[in-house]
Design a protein around this ligand. Structure first.
Ligand code: PEP
Ligand code: MN
Length: 348
């Protein structure tokens, strides 16, 4: 590891840094006469970077060396691929997750699940617990929604991606979910991250809408540090200054994350756009930047829903988006994973 210290530190301050180095079994060596650049050699551990960054006398950790954090890419090692039912994310595989914003009733959910499955989705999204900005808005159908998801999973074979808001609900949500969704508003909720980290179920971690990329990967690090390696990052747009789109899709962030981490990265064009007509172009941009999948809100009749109706796209628009996805990922040698063809009823 290479660290840069503040200039003109007192002897006691330097001693405190050297003490920490020895405590961590690292061997310190100054690289310059001014004692500003300090090289630390020895067995690296993920926590070393943060331990030094937290010291006021340390200006920056310039190179983490062997003290790599768990989310960081290691040259020559394959990327992590996360399997959720028959969906695959990362290491060359791209899959689509689609469904309503919230789970409202069984018939509609089943209809949407069948429609998106026929058009290339391998997982159904939909919140039973909704993290609404206002406590007076529709909060989700909760346990009834979870029951609906379980029935639809049996009926369609789609994997289920659904949000968990509270550590106390992890068991109940886990019975219905093949993948936990941690929403944007909970990205900083360390106790919740640690709790899903203690399970071995895949986690879809959405970026906080005010989170830097460093904060985002450190949220993933909480889950990884608790032992769960099945983490998929989701860029869903950050807060910008212009309300024309709901959020600002950080396409550069997707490209950066694909270089920086071995974890799969997917894009949510629906919450980024906040309007149905921009979902398809944003989905294309995300895939072109290297995303390993998409999570998209789909509904045949957006005027009837209680949340995010204006950003839902129709099943037909989803079909076009899936066709785009197939073509775009083929450009860089990746594959869009699709399910078994549906058995269609009709004359033999
Ligand atoms: C959602 O997926 O419906 C949702 C609430 O997303 P986010 O947490 O990104 O706002
Ligand atoms: Mn939504």
């Amino acid at each position: 590891m290479l660290i840069r210290l503040q200039k003109k530190l007192a002897a006691g301050e330097i001693e405190a840094i050297l003490d920490l180095a020895r405590e961590l079994s690292l061997c310190p060596r100054f690289l310059d006469a001014e004692r500003e650049y300090l090289e630390l050699t020895g067995p690296g551990r993920p926590e070393h970077r943060s331990r030094f960054e937290d010291m006021a006398s340390v200006r920056a950790v310039l190179d983490t060396g062997a003290s790599r954090e768990l989310h960081e890419r290691i040259a020559g090692r394959p990327d992590t691929q996360v399997a959720v039912g028959s969906a695959r994310f990362g290491n060359g595989a791209v899959s689509l997750i689609a469904g309503p914003c919230a789970i409202e009733d069984y018939d509609r959910t089943l209809e949407i699940a069948r429609a998106v499955r026929e058009r290339g989705a391998l997982a159904l999204r939909g919140g039973a617990f909704k993290p609404r900005t206002s406590p007076y808005s529709f909060q989700g159908t909760r346990s009834k929604g979870l029951e609906i998801l379980e029935r639809v999973r049996i009926e369609t074979g789609l994997a289920i991606v659904t949000e968990v808001l509270d550590p106390r609900d992890i068991e109940a949500v886990g019975d219905a979910a093949d993948m936990f969704q941690i929403g944007s508003r909970n990205m900083f909720n360390a106790p919740l991250l640690l709790e899903v980290g203690r399970t071995r179920k895949p986690v879809l971690l959405k970026r906080g809408f005010m989170a830097t990329l460093r904060e985002f990967v450190l949220a993933a690090e909480y889950i990884l540090s608790a032992g769960n390696t099945q983490v998929v990052l989701c860029e869903r747009g950050v807060r910008g200054f212009d309300s024309t789109t709901r959020n600002l899709l950080d396409v550069g962030g997707v490209a950066f994350l694909k270089r920086h981490t071995h974890l799969p990265v997917i894009v949510d064009p629906s919450h980024a756009a906040g309007r149905g007509d921009l979902v398809r172009p944003l989905a294309r941009a995300g895939l072109a930047a290297g995303a390993d999948g998409l999570i998209v809100e789909v509904h045949p009749n957006p005027s009837e829903v209680h949340s995010d109706g204006n950003q839902a796209i129709s099943p037909l628009e989803f079909e076009r988006l899936a066709q785009d996805a197939r073509a775009l990922v083929a450009l860089d040698g990746r594959v869009l994973v699709v399910g078994e063809p549906l058995v269609t009823k009709g004359p033999a």
